[in-house]
Design a protein around this ligand. Structure first.
Ligand code: NAG
Ligand code: NAG
Ligand code: NAG
Ligand code: NAG
Ligand code: NAG
Ligand code: NAG
Ligand code: NAG
Length: 627
């Protein structure tokens, strides 16, 4: 167990006073055994989804982690940057806990991400950094041109965090004595951090790929990445001023999601008619993503044990107590129930998800770790309702460990409450232990994508958090969250333009174009409701003349005065291309222009990306086919 040394074991375990024979203890032991059995299945479930040899990932490129083997209804046979990064963070944490045989997967991930960063896609390319915000790629590491909620700006931040955790391990153990491995990984992290520093203050799609706005989860992930990235960069003697200058701005912005009662999942929402409460698993996943075992119960950092995060958690859980049939009969507050993404969800019938139910437990186990480290629980007006739901006689005030205080009773109550969510997830896990995305709100049967990588990863991280409080397993390393960070009095928007380079030493192709042009096509085209404009052409960036791969235009600036459709395409400098516009009718009929247009992208100047705008007029329709 040579890796154990860098983990801080939490000295006190919670059961020192409990008699091993009590009913509660037998229940706990029973759950522990079932968790261990499921963990073996879950970890293997993740590895099965790794290409090219994973049993569930046939045809996936080497090093690619697919989201699920499901190829229809829904088709998740893609690699998502977010899902892969969250899963790899789990893999790195397990590796740090002594699972040495996981290192090849981490190294494979590094290589795959070096390649992924260079794949130009509908969000853009590496030259401007915009391509890093693309949510997903085909399992054979090619671009996916279909309509999608893009960009999604959490991916680069989460990938940076997974790679930073691994790099810190490399540097702290001296295993990478000349710093070569960490040095090769840094350019990947640097591209991602540059992306965050440049684009954090622009909207994008949330982690559920539905809402175009600013997501609490994304903003928090960005803050953490900038913070720990600056620290790692300094250690590697790299330029980090952009990260240090933007981190306080992101931190300030993060505070604005709090509405007094809970963190609102999405703000700055662009879609009209958007009306949700904002109570969403997004925020529970945020507290886990922000968890630092070395932090105090800080509200501004939304630490799992903070009053804000606990109040938020209660609002979240209670939103599901009455809406699911399977929760009926367990609606007493203080009991674990099935939870989903958000109460208004209708995707696949709007069911509970395994990963969101397990996230509740994980936040609470994380919180217990933090209270046990600081030896104190402080109950205030904000967190009182949470506490009274798990421990009815709870009162505001501080409870310090030892003496006559309620500290142990409080943490025991939280542990039992958390265990109730794991019991719920296990109750609705099929006998073979396979974890899908969802389980039915009506009867608990597994639904939607099967063998979901993220479901499996969430089980393993939940288990590690639980073991950290019930055994001498050890904690995840601190990410160096600041203590008592000061929230700026006024929030400042911000952006630092970054430079982006293929991480060749880590495995990026050496001929990947790093110099690009952002070409904006302003197309005048009169359309009626349900008609959409597309662009396609003779390169892979332009869909290779395939209607199904044509790039969708945006009608965001369309008005009665100006019938404007816009396309922003990032193309390699010096390319010569042919293209034309298409109109898709609501019936599926495709109308296209007769004449092909041509374009010569200028050669690379001093600065990448160059920018150019083309003014165009729809010249169709003349041809027609049905898609
Ligand atoms: C846990 O308890 C259940 C119900 O009493 C029992 O069926 C199961 O075998 C136990 N599992 C383990 C691993 O002890
Ligand atoms: C990659 O996979 C997609 C989806 O299966 C397929 O359409 C495409 O042809 C593949 N591309 C290559 C280069 O194999
Ligand atoms: C940009 O930052 C400012 C200051 O925090 C904030 O008011 C604004 O909503 C942010 N916009 C986006 C899209 O992040
Ligand atoms: C369980 O509920 C789902 C809908 O949520 C339904 O499709 C399925 O048929 C039900 N299964 C059983 C065994 O009742
Ligand atoms: C696209 O067409 C242009 C002009 O005919 C040609 O020069 C170029 O090589 C073509 N590009 C590709 C990728 O086929
Ligand atoms: C012109 O466009 C069509 C697609 O509409 C394409 O099939 C054809 O190859 C193009 N012609 C040339 C000369 O590039
Ligand atoms: C597009 O429409 C605007 C406003 O009607 C007009 O000023 C502009 O000249 C048009 N562009 C082209 C290329 O026709």
């Amino acid at each position: 167990m040579k890796f154990q040394a860098i983990l801080a074991p939490l000295a006190a375990t919670l059961f020192h006073e409990a008699s091993a024979n009590t009913f509660r203890q037998r229940q706990v032991d029973n759950l522990t055994s079932r968790i261990e059995a499921e963990t073996t299945i879950a970890l293997q479930g993740v590895l099965n989804n790794f290409g090219p040899d994973g049993s569930e990932a046939p045809g996936a490129s080497a090093e690619v982690l697919i989201a699920s083997p499901s190829t229809e209804n829904p088709n998740y046979y893609y690699t998502w940057t977010r899902d892969a990064a969250l899963t790899l963070k789990m893999v790195v944490d397990e590796f740090l806990h002594g699972k040495g045989d996981l290192q090849p997967y981490i190294r494979s991930y590094v290589k795959a991400q070096a390649i992924v960063q260079t794949i130009s896609n509908p969000s853009g390319a590496l030259g401007s950094g915009r391509g890093l915000g693309e949510p997903k790629y085909y399992a054979n590491l090619t671009r996916f041109n279909g309509d999608w909620g893009r960009p999604q700006r959490d991916g680069p931040a989460l990938r940076a965090t997974a790679l930073i955790t691994y790099s810190r391990y490399l540097l702290s153990t001296g295993i990478d004595s000349d710093g070569t491995e960490a040095g090769n990984i840094w350019p990947i992290i640097q591209n991602d951090l540059n992306y965050v520093a440049q684009y954090w203050n622009q909207t994008g799609f949330d982690l559920w790929e539905e809402v175009d706005g600013s997501s609490f989860f994304t903003t928090a992930a960005q803050y953490r990445a900038l913070n720990e990235g600056a620290a790692l960069g300094k250690q590697l003697q790299q330029e980090v001023s952009a990260y240090e200058s933007q981190a306080p701005n992101v931190f300030c912005f993060l505070q604005t999601f709090w509405n007094g009662n809970y963190a609102v999942a999405n703000i700055n929402v662009k879609q009209s008619g958007f009306s949700r409460s904002g109570i969403d698993a997004n925020t529970v996943l945020t507290s886990i993503a922000m968890f630092d075992p070395g932090a105090s119960c800080d509200d501004t950092l939304f630490q799992p044990c903070s009053s804000r995060a606990l109040a938020n958690l209660k609002q979240y859980i209670d939103a599901f107590r009455t809406i699911y049939t399977i929760n009926q009969g367990v609606s007493r507050s203080g009991t674990g129930v099935a939870t989903g993404r958000y109460a208004e969800d209708v995707y696949f019938g709007g069911n509970p998800w395994y990963l969101t139910t397990l996230a509740v437990a994980e936040q609470l186990y994380d919180a217990i770790q933090q209270w046990s480290t600081v030896n104190t629980i402080t109950i205030d007006d904000k967190s009182l309702a949470f506490w009274q739901s798990v421990y009815p006689s709870a009162q505001t005030g501080s409870h310090t460990k030892g003496g006559y205080s309620d500290f142990t009773k409080l943490t025991d109550a939280v542990l039992a409450f958390a265990d109730g969510f794991v019991e719920t997830a296990l109750k609705y896990t099929p006998e073979n232990g396979a974890l899908s995305e969802q389980y039915s709100r009506e009867n608990g049967t597994a639904l939607s994508a099967h063998h979901l990588t993220w479901s499996y990863a969430s089980f393993v991280t939940m288990r590690a958090a639980r073991l950290a409080v019930t055994s001498d397993y050890g904690q995840v390393p601190s990410w160096g969250s600041p203590s008592n960070p000061k929230v700026p009095t006024t929030c400042t928007p911000g952006s630092v333009k970054g430079t982006y380079k293929p991480a060749v030493a880590a495995g990026a192709p050496s001929d990947a174009p790093s110099c690009t042009y952002l070409i904006t096509f302003n197309l005048n085209a009169t359309t009626s409701y349900g008609e959409n404009m597309y662009l396609f052409g003779n390169s892979s960036d332009l869909g290779g003349w395939r209607v199904s791969d044509a790039l969708a235009g945006s009608a965001a600036d369309y008005s009665d005065a100006r019938h404007l459709w816009t396309f922003t395409v990032e193309l390699p400098a010096g390319a010569e291309l042919e293209y034309k516009f298409l109109k898709k009718e609501p019936s599926g009929e495709v109308l296209y222009e007769a004449e092909n247009r041509s374009l010569a992208v200028p050669d690379c100047g001093d600065e990448s990306p160059g920018e150019q705008t083309m003014e165009e007029d729809w010249n169709g329709p003349v041809g027609s086919e049905t898609e």
